[in-house]
Design a protein around this ligand. Structure first.
Ligand code: SF4
Length: 448
């Protein structure tokens, strides 16, 4: 779920209690540097010819949910009726049609497609059918390597799952978060544990190529015992991949509102060392069950077969044509984000304009840093890769950071051409990413 509404910067975590803030790194340079005065550059890029060698991904954002989770910091709407949803889909397709007519996009095929939110599975089967038929008419999915779709278990009736399969989804991502009904309820989740089992079992029978479940370590009311049970239940379910996030409490969440009202600085969730230990214990158990840890947040059953095409190609610098309210895209080195509220978004589209709110033209150095920090989260890298692709010697550029990180036990230089994050480093990968930002973007770095 990837539409972030510019969270205010979090202070460097001085202590290990969970305070309000958002440390997760999903792009670079940080969103706060993207500006409305750069939007014209996106239009300029769209007028240039399509590149021959850059894969294109398509993202569509569905901002509707049944309920707002207490930890949610996305822009979501819980009160929209069928007519409003139809109007939103129409706007999204009008927006995509504008892109499809531009030289930079025209004639290109989607190499990966992603439906994020919000809750894409909130849409009915007829709405999904109509949406995807119109999308395919605008940008072909022929030869698409992955169609990923985020789903909330409680929305997944048998018919809905069959509809999702029928539109061509290959990777189904289930927002499980926890298996305990009390924890789900007290964190504001709409689904309950029974719905997870039912949805998963039917999804399996339909033959999705890749079923992923999301878990969150450290939700409100989480306990040692329940977390162990959660890990066991995830293993028993047997998804192809499991993503584990460490609970954050960004500023625009219900939890933070409550903290503010009560004058509290510490969030009512486990502290960072506990969350890291829980993720580490989960990694250990998943490894024993045959999974491989493939990044700071993922374990995968069969790494040869199970891929995250969207993530990997995006981090490699693919283009992303992104439509829908608050969505983020990337075209020819330019980041952009759409209007974050439905009203101005629809207004812009109705007026025949692209609903882009802000943008950022990256330079080559920023593209190098972006790829380096995002891929750091995979847990290891080869310096020769960056020398070949960007002509940059990371061991020299970052010698200061590496010295500190090795001393602190976060990184190991394994050989001539391999650097690995230790388990402790992997568990704090998002925080460590900030150490490699360019000086003008560094807000939370500790070592420099
Ligand atoms: S399901 Fe919950 S966390 Fe996900 S977008 Fe909706 S409200 Fe936010």
């Amino acid at each position: 779920m990837s539409a972030v509404i510019d969270p205010p910067p979090a202070p460097a975590p001085k202590e290990e209690k969970t305070e309000a803030g958002n440390y997760f790194v999903s792009n670079y340079p940080p969103f706060s540097f993207w500006k409305p005065d750069q939007v014209a550059l996106v239009h300029d890029r769209l007028a240039t010819p399509a590149p021959a060698d850059v894969p294109l991904g398509v993202y569509f954002h569905i901002p509707f949910c049944r309920k707002r989770c207490h930890f949610c910091y996305f822009k979501v709407y819980t009160d929209k009726n069928a007519n409003e949803i139809r109007a939103y889909i129409n706007a999204g397709m009008k927006e995509m049609a504008q892109y499809a007519a531009q030289p930079y996009i025209n004639g290109r095929k989607a190499h990966f497609v992603y439906f994020g939110g919000g809750t894409p599975s909130y849409l009915s089967v007829p709405q999904l059918r109509e949406l995807t038929n119109r999308m395919k008419d605008l940008v072909s999915w022929d030869g698409c390597a992955e169609v990923a779709f985020e789903a909330e278990p409680g929305t997944l009736s048998d018919t809905k799952l069959e509809g999702i399969r029928e539109i061509g989804v290959t990777r189904l991502s289930l927002g499980v978060e926890n298996f305990d009904d009390h924890i789900l309820e007290s964190n504001g989740r709409a689904h309950r544990s029974g719905e997870i089992d039912r949805a998963f079992t039917h999804a399996r029978s339909l033959g999705f190529e890749h079923i992923n479940i999301d878990l969150i370590a450290g939700m409100m009311n989480e306990t040692e015992e329940n977390w162990k049970t959660c890990i066991k239940k995830a293993i028993d379910l047997g998804p192809d991949a499991i993503t584990i996030y460490q609970m954050e409490v960004p500023y625009n969440t219900t939890i933070y509102q409550r903290m503010k009202e009560e004058g509290k600085v510490t969030a009512p969730v486990a502290d960072w060392p506990t969350k890291r230990r829980w993720v580490s214990e989960a990694f250990d158990e998943f490894e024993k069950a045959g999974y491989t840890v493939t990044s700071a947040t993922t374990v995968v059953k069969d790494p040869e077969r199970i891929k995250f095409v969207y993530r990997d190609e995006l981090w490699d610098g693919a283009d992303l044509l992104s439509c829908g309210v608050a969505s983020f895209g990337h075209l020819g080195g330019i980041h952009y984000q759409n209007q974050a509220d439905v009203a101005p978004y629809m207004e812009a589209v109705d007026a025949g304009k692209l609903p882009i709110f802000r943008a950022y033209q990256t330079n080559e150095e920023e593209r190098f840093v972006r790829e380096f920090v995002l891929k750091l989260k995979l847990g290891s890298f080869r310096p020769s890769y960056y020398e070949k692709k960007f002509g940059r010697r990371v061991m020299d550029i970052y010698s200061n950071q590496f010295q500190h990180l090795v001393t602190d036990g976060f990184i190991q230089i394994v050989g001539e051409d391999e650097v690995r994050l230790t388990r402790e480093g992997l568990l704090q990968a998002d925080r460590l990413c900030h150490e490699f930002f360019l000086p003008q973007h560094r807000q939370y770095a500790r070592y420099t």
